[in-house]
Each structure stands twice: as structure tokens, then as C-alpha cells.
Design a binder for this molecule. Structure first.
Ligand code: GLN
Ligand code: ZN
Length: 764
């Protein structure tokens, strides 16, 4: 039963295709342009290439079943027979799967949320009173058979599944069911069956992912995991079990797992605490296991400091029977390969490692464990040289910038009191009660996208592009005037993306040529790389805001992205605390607000939709994060006078844990997604004494549906129960860029009318 231990692996790998082949194929399948066989061929080709490349690069164990048509949590729900009843009417299996992921005309999709503190979104399984678990192992068995057929069987192909503790703790109870975790023992038996089936199919190892053990989501998780892996470890017919933890410190989860009969345990030695490698020695039960040491950063794009990694491996060596080298987590979170990145200077390029390069690093480190450090001396020398070049590069060592930030921090990032600000702004803006506004973007029309593509392709020049965007701004301003909105926006037509747009203009960032990573389903993003000290060489948005302002007497809101969100949606440097990087970005945004104000812009919005996203996975680390998140926002927004009104916008999340921080941002007006959890956010804000302006979204922009005036009047009435009229704003719950112009026109017409009716109600 005990398989030969492996020595070099990754916990998972990118799967969308080196040139996003899977994205294109699934989207064409959804559009009815290709059939399922063609889609299946693309998928099988990607799996084959992945296994071949991983083994060719020197890994002796490769993940199987980490491929997904959409998402691994959804795959797990299918594996366990846990799809909701509402999709069971879709006869075809693949279409049922996609219906669960994306919905269709009749079926609402499952919810989607962030995978731990990454930018990947998983599908949230629903566990109701009627959910009956039943093993459905077709996918994993087929992929295992495929790998075996291609010569990766035996000890090499290692099926990967999400573990029962993580699956249940990340699922949500529906229809009045008890917390999903209450069904752990029952579900464990389904996993027991699965392990039997995998053993029969020839799997010698199975990887079971339990990343939930690095969080504080459930205090009992370590004890629950111990129970589960005692049961699964005690099975007589099973593969050797490797339980993987990642994204942080497994804490009490580690000794708990070590007390069970599993053969291998994976630990994240990049995102875990600095002394984790050495601390492993204090877990005596580990001494009979294989330790899978995640020493190569699986979720960021920096080249590994091989010397430091070897030191960690040496520190960990005595604690376990054997040590295998791996990435800290699946490399799903980084691009495929550096190879297409030909536009980088040599220094910059030498500092990086994408998916393929990380695999090579794992193989080199494993070789050093086998043959001694001398065997990899050349690789270590190259790593040393890269690290030295990075450490000494002037682009990372702007001492004047650091002094300037310290100086502003010393002077304080406090604005005038809320009352002083309100008085100054009232005098300047003369807004009606219940002012109406939008979140910033208007529809990114076909013409806008065509113009941008033409600019990139060199078919039109910058001047022609700018003219087209200005025409778009003029149209959007006119539309808003016609609709009767109170605070206007320019519509953001010139922005490809709310982070990339700024990254392209700031020093210290670069854009990759092909650095795509999966965000969810077929959606991919290409995060900018924040490699150096961040400075703002020139104003970034002033010409757009002032042009829009020149067309109207109503105030036009300047639109900026906040430091936390810029960090969250970029690959960030790992050579200084995140807080230091955040303050550098904050200074650049601050300079922009000052320029906007000087150019006559009276209202400025600094978006922080990702505030909740970067919240650390462990409770103990949350306060320190929120401190710099709030501090950097305030640094961004405290350079303007009391008469300039600062807005912020938050969305995409449950705000519970960050509600205090939202208040601490101290924006004059906060627009916040509230269409779903309706006005609960207002009660939560009231509970902590929040007393600034607030605009709870009165309609959900994530759907093409046009809400009626009556509906929005009703939500406003509800909001007015929680918030006095002087503080309430009327707005949609997010930017309108994904909508069509006619939907937006109809919805905003009704929104303005709802605000009028609510105003009339106030005076009566
Ligand atoms: N200002 C941005 C927009 O309207 C905000 C986007 C967001 O919240 N994600 O598009
Ligand atoms: Zn939003």
C-alpha cells in the first residue's frame, strides 16, 4: 500500500491553455459554434501537454484532475453528487455543469466567491436538506486513465481532489439546512469509496487539498480533519494519501494531520510564518511522513531565491522521514511561461519565474536534495546573481520617495472634521437631497473596443483614438444631463481596466505580453507586475475629467482606483512589506487628487472594491492589514481641501469583517453594493456609528434586467428607515461598463424618477 515517495512536484498548474485555448473553446461551445467533441479534444490536448511538460522538466509526480472546464469546487460538487436540484432537469451532463456555473434562461447560477485571498473565484456549492451525496468519479477516473495511457501512470500520475473539510466549510447551506460541515462523517464515507476506486484504477498516490486548515473559518477544523484522515488513512485499500495545505500557516492543523495515518503532508513555506520550516521539528509525528515542502512561490511571479529555499529545505529536513519539493500552491495563479515576454529588459526578466520556470526551480531544488548543493551550483549562482541585481536596482531604491512618504505620514493623513467638510461641500456643490450619481463607467460599446483594438494594432494613432474617446465622453455627459442626474461622470471609455489603466501610466509597473491567469470560468485577467518603487511621472486622468467638466455645469466626479485595489489586482513585489508598496501607490493617487482639485474638479471618487479581498486568512493578521489599508486610502485622499468631496465605492463582497475599516476610510460618500443583501449594510454601518454620506446600490447592474421605478422607490424607502435623508445618495450598485446603452438609459431614467418621488415624499 505504501507507494514510493515522490521528490518533486507542483500542487496544480495553469489549465486555461498557454494561449487561452480553453477559454476560446468553451466560449465557442457556449455560443454553439463548436460541438462537445471539439471542446473535449482541446481539453485533452491541454492535459497531455501539461503532463508531458511537467515530467520533461524533471517532476516525478504530476497532478491529475486539476484540469477543469470551469472550476475545481464545482468539479468537486459533481464528484460528490452535490449539485442543486434546480439543475437536475438539464439532461446533458456537460450542459448541466455549465448551467450550474453560469445559469441559463430558467436557472439561476450558483454563487461565486474569492478562493481564499487570491484573485481566483470558485463556485460556491449549495448544501440543502435534500442534498444526497453520491460518488460520481467519472472525471477523475477518466483523466487518470488518460495519464496512464500516455505513460504517466504508476507512481507518477497523482489524482488531486479537494478534501471534505474544505469542501464543506466553503459550501453554503440553503433552504434552511444545517451548516454543511454537520454532514462531514457522511461525506467522509463517499471519499472512502472514492479512494477505493482510485486504488483499483492504479493510483499509488492521491493528493487531498485542505487549504481551509490555514484559516480561522472554523475553530474545529483541525479536530475535524484529524477525524477524517484517521478514517481515510485506516482504509485497507487506498492510495498513499498526501494532504496538502497551502496559502498560509496550518497551525494546529499540522500536528492534527500528523497524528493520522496519512503518508504525506504539504506545507506552504512561502506564505507560512518565516520560522515554519524550523518549527516543523516540534511536530514529532511528522518524523514518519513525507513532508511536501512548498518552497517555490506558486502564486507570485518572482524567481525563487534558490539559496534561501535550500536553507528552508535544510531546516525542515530533520523533521520528516523524507522531503519532497513543491510549489507553495497550485501554479494556477501565475501565467504559463516567461517565454513570450520578449519586451522586458534583461534585468527585469532575470527576476521572474512564471509557471514553467517554477517547475524547473522545483526540479533543481529536488536535485540538490538528492545529489548535494554542488550538483546545482550553476543554478544557484544564476539565482544569486538575479537576486543581487534585483536588490541593487535603482528602480527599487528610491530613497527620496521613501522620505516623502514618511514625511506625509508624520504630518498626518487626517482631513478636517466631517462637519467642516460637509459645510464646505454644501456651499460649493448645492446638491438636492438624495443626490443621484453613478459609479463611474458607462457601457464599453463595440465602437470603444474597436477603437482600442485599432490603436493597439497601429491602425489609428493616439490623436484619433483620443478624439473618438472624447466623442464618447461628450455623449455620456449629454445622456446624464438629459436623464437629470446630479453628479456626473465621464464614463471611463478610455480605460481598458480600472487597474491596468493606472499601472500603464505609473513608473514601477510593467504589463506582460501574455501573462494571462484564470479569474473564473473562461474569464482571464492579465495582472500588471508591480516590480519597483511606484511614482507618477505625469497626471493620469486630469484631461478626461476636465474635458467632461467643460461640457456641463453639473459637477463631474473624477475617477481613481485606490491603492489596495491596485495591489490586489497586480502581481506585487515580495521584497518589502505590502504596506510599504501600498503607501507608494497611495502617494501617486494623492498627487492625482491634488491635480484634479487644482483643475477645478470638486468631487473625486477613489474606488476600493478589493478592500475585503486582501484580508488575511488568519484572524491574528487582520488588524495589521486593515490598518495599512485604511492608512493608504487616507494618504490617497487627504491631500485635498475640505470643499472637495471624496467618494469611495465598494462591491463584490460581504462587508461584515471590514465594516469598521469602511467607516475609518472616512470618505465623504461611500457607494456600496447592497442590491442583494439589501439594506443590511446600512444597519451594519449604523451599528458602528458611521455618519457620512452613503449610497447603497438601489439596483443590481450584474443583470440586464431593467428595474422599475416602484422597485427602486421601495428600496429608497427602506434605506430612509435606516439613514437620514441628508446622508443618503441614490446610485446603482456598481459600474455600468458591462451593460448595454439602452438598458442603462432605461434603468437610470427609472432611478432618477425614483429619487424624485422619494424627494417629494420627504417634503410632504
Ligand atoms: N469606477 C469603476 C466603474 O464604474 C468601479 C468598478 C468596480 O467597482 N469594480 O467601472
Ligand atoms: Zn463596483
Amino acid at each position: 500500500m505504501t507507494a514510493q515517495p515522490f521528490t518533486a512536484t507542483v500542487l496544480g498548474s495553469p489549465r486555461i491553455g498557454p494561449n487561452r485555448e480553453l477559454k476560446r473553446a468553451t466560449e465557442r461551445y457556449w455560443a454553439g459554434r463548436i460541438g462537445r467533441d471539439e471542446l473535449a479534444d482541446v481539453a485533452a490536448g491541454l492535459r497531455r501537454d501539461t503532463w508531458a511538460q511537467l515530467t520533461a522538466a524533471g517532476l516525478d509526480s504530476v497532478p491529475v484532475n486539476t484540469f477543469s472546464y470551469y472550476d475545481q469546487m464545482l468539479d468537486t460538487a459533481v464528484l460528490l453528487g452535490a449539485l442543486p436540484a434546480r439543475v437536475s432537469g438539464v439532461a446533458d451532463e456537460l450542459d448541466r455543469y455549465f448551467a450550474a456555473a453560469r445559469g441559463n434562461a430558467e436557472i439561476a447560477p450558483l454563487e461565486m466567491t474569492k478562493w481564499f485571498d487570491t484573485n481566483y473565484h470558485y463556485i460556491v456549492p449549495e448544501i440543502g436538506p435534500d442534498t444526497t451525496f453520491a460518488l460520481n468519479p467519472a472525471k477523475v477516473l477518466t483523466e487518470l486513465a488518460e495519464a496512464t495511457e500516455q505513460g504517466f501512470g504508476g507512481n507518477v500520475a497523482r489524482p488531486v481532489i479537494i478534501g471534505p473539510v474544505t469542501f464543506l466549510l466553503l459550501s453554503k447551506a440553503v433552504d434552511g439546512a444545517a451548516a454543511p460541515i454537520s454532514r462531514l462523517d457522511e461525506l467522509t464515507e463517499v471519499y472512502a469509496d472514492l479512494l477505493g476506486r482510485l486504488a483499483k484504477a492504479g493510483a499509488q498516490w492521491v493528493q487531498i487539498d485542505e487549504p481551509v486548515l490555514v484559516t480561522d473559518i472554523c475553530a474545529d477544523a483541525p479536530a475535524l480533519a484529524e477525524r477524517v484522515y484517521h478514517r481515510l488513512g485506516g482504509l485497507s485499500e487506498r492510495p498513499s494519501i498526501f494532504v496538502a495545505t497551502y496559502f498560509g500557516d496550518p497551525g494546529a492543523g499540522l500536528p492534527a494531520l500528523a497524528r493520522t495515518p496519512v503518508e504525506a503532508i504539504g506545507v506552504d513555506l512561502v506564505y507560512g510564518p518565516r520560522d515554519l520550516a524550523a518549527a516543523l521539528g516540534s511536530v514529532p509525528e511528522l518524523s514518519s511522513k513525507t513532508l511536501v515542502a512548498g518552497v517555490v512561490d506558486g502564486r507570485n511571479i518572482w524567481r525563487t531565491d534558490l539559496r534561501a529555499a535550500l536553507d528552508k529545505l535544510a531546516a525542515a529536513a530533520g523533521s520528516a522521514a523524507a522531503v519532497a519539493v513543491s510549489t507553495s500552491c497550485s501554479t494556477l495563479h501565475v501565467p504559463y511561461s516567461l517565454e513570450p515576454e520578449t519586451g522586458l529588459d534583461d534585468a527585469l526578466r532575470s527576476w521572474l519565474a512564471f509557471g514553467a520556470e517554477k517547475v524547473t526551480e522545483v526540479a533543481v531544488l529536488a536535485r540538490a536534495l538528492r545529489e548535494g548543493r554542488e550538483a546545482v551550483a550553476d543554478a544557484v549562482a544564476a539565482s544569486d546573481a538575479a537576486i543581487a541585481s534585483r536588490t541593487s536596482d535603482p528602480r527599487l531604491n528610491n530613497t527620496a520617495l521613501r522620505a516623502q512618504i514618511a514625511e506625509i505620514a508624520r504630518a498626518g493623513v487626517q482631513r478636517g472634521s466631517a462637519e467642516e467638510r460637509r459645510a464646505a461641500q454644501d456651499e460649493r456643490l448645492h446638491l438636492p437631497p438624495l443626490p443621484t450619481t453613478t459609479i463611474g463607467s458607462f457601457p464599453q460599446t463595440v465602437q470603444i473596443r474597436k477603437a482600442r483594438a485599432a490603436l493597439v494594432a497601429g491602425e489609428i494613432d493616439e490623436a484619433a483614438y483620443t478624439e473618438q474617446m472624447k466623442a464618447e465622453v461628450a455623449a455620456v455627459v449629454k445622456l446624464q444631463e438629459d436623464l437629470g442626474l446630479d453628479v456626473l461622470v465621464h464614463g471611463e471609455p478610455e480605460r481598458n481596466d480600472m487597474v491596468q489603466y493606472f499601472a500603464e501610466q505609473l513608473d514601477g509597473f510593467f504589463a506582460t505580453a501574455n501573462g494571462w491567469v484564470q479569474s473564473y470560468g473562461s474569464r482571464c485577467v492579465r495582472p500588471p507586475v508591480l516590480f519597483g518603487d511606484v511614482t507618477r511621472p505625469h497626471p493620469m486622468t486630469v484631461q478626461w475629467a476636465t474635458y467632461a467638466q467643460s461640457l456641463t455645469d453639473k459637477p463631474v466626479k473624477g475617477m481613481l482606483t485606490g491603492p489596495v485595489t491596485i495591489l490586489a489586482w497586480s502581481f506585487v513585489r515580495d521584497d518589502q512589506p505590502l504596506a510599504d508598496t501600498a503607501y507608494q501607490v497611495a502617494l501617486a493617487i494623492r498627487e492625482e487628487t491634488v491635480d484634479l482639485e487644482a483643475a477645478g474638479i470638486a468631487v473625486i471618487q477613489v474606488d476600493e472594491p478589493a478592500l475585503r479581498e486582501l484580508l488575511p486568512v488568519r484572524d491574528a493578521d487582520k488588524a495589521a492589514y486593515l490598518d495599512w489599508a485604511v492608512g493608504s486610502f487616507r494618504m490617497s485622499t487627504s491631500g485635498v481641501s475640505n470643499a472637495t468631496q471624496i467618494h469611495t465605492h465598494l462591491c463584490y463582497s460581504e462587508f461584515g469583517e471590514v465594516i469598521g475599516a469602511i467607516a475609518d476610510l472616512d470618505a465623504d460618500v461611500t457607494s456600496i453594493e447592497a442590491a442583494r443583501s439589501h439594506m443590511e449594510v446600512l444597519d451594519d454601518l449604523n451599528a458602528i456609528g458611521f455618519s457620512n454620506g452613503v449610497g447603497p446600490g438601489v439596483y443590481d447592474i450584474h443583470s440586464p434586467r431593467v428595474p422599475s421605478t416602484a422597485e427602486m422607490t421601495a428600496s429608497l424607502r427602506e434605506a430612509l428607515d435606516a439613514v437620514p435623508a441628508q446622508r443618503l445618495w441614490v446610485n446603482p450598485d456598481c459600474g455600468l461598463k458591462t451593460r448595454k446603452t439602452d438598458e442603462v438609459t432605461a434603468s437610470l431614467t427609472n432611478l432618477v424618477e425614483a429619487a424624485r418621488e422619494a424627494r417629494a415624499g420627504l417634503s410632504s
